[in-house]
Design a protein around this ligand. Sequence first.
Ligand code: IPM
Ligand code: MG
Length: 361
Amino acid sequence: MANKYCITLLPGDGIGPEIMTVAVDVLKVVGKKFDIQFEFQEALLGGAAIDATGEPLPAATLDICRNSDAVLLAAIGGYKWDSLPSHLRPEAGLLRLRAGLGLFANLRPAKILPQLIDASTLKREVVEGVDIMVVRELTGGIYFGKPKGIFETETGEKRGVNTMAYTESEIERIGRVAFETARKRQGKLCSVDKANVLEVSQLWRDRMTKLAAEYPDVELTHMYVDNAAMQLLRAPKQFDTIVTGNLFGDILSDAAAMLTGSIGMLPSASLGASRPGVFEPVHGSAPDIAGLDRANPLAQILSAAMMLRYGLNQSAAADFLEKGVSQVLQSGARTGDIMSPGMQLLGCRAMGEALIKILEE
Ligand code: IPM
Ligand code: MG
């Protein structure tokens, strides 16, 4: 009997709908090969939801997501909604979705494909062989800490406030995910913090160090975030698995993405204690190229592969899809963001078609 899964699609804004269409077509082909049946349902998130309902995360969307096996998200945001108050912006919808589904662990792999080494802005010898997994805490830290807001002081001056806070249990649960992840990789975990200045980071470092006793097969090191940013560009191959808080993870995962040539290539998985997880590219909605058929759909497609692997336990199908992406690049197909001399420049749709052709062979 076929495995049947209910997948919620959140195409969002900008290039979101174009890359989602391609990813769904690709998933259907993979499903056929592996006897997996997908039932897709679409819901509103971000700017698209604001335009339709006034809310960046309508209650109906959260319900639909909760009642599905996995959520595939494209991208949200755009200039059009940038001047709205912060709680009504598209980004607020994304944060509420993460919190609402309890998605505390965000896995962001930055692995350079041999075919794309020349697309990186860094030297070949620096990036060749880079394979990093950033484990970012996603529902705590300064993104959610209280107090937060813009308040008026006694003198009538405004003061903006956010709070970086982590409880021991929050640190421990992301720590466990990171140690387990490192264990399945090269067994090296680097915890990134700012313990030389921040108390919240001192607690983070203490808890990670304590946890290490339970994972004797994993080698734990610590690094300050400023140094980590520098080391990622200087000698990225020293990293295997990185674990860090919400804000540091946001910043470092973009930096790690660029090692691989283009942020247009990087997928992510956001996981909680149970299904559904949310699977989305690390890149944003790229409003400047929206609707022009110029977007790179591969991060979305690789996010669908992560959905198969981490969200649905279909690792053979995930392997197959990832191999297909590698092959389509091997064939010389490129979107603009990863273009290099001698390669074939394709639009978003054509890249999807080229991949499907390979998967169907
Ligand atoms: C990301 C994004 C989001 C974040 C924004 C869109 C809220 O940058 O997923 O990295 O800051 O977490
Ligand atoms: Mg980010």
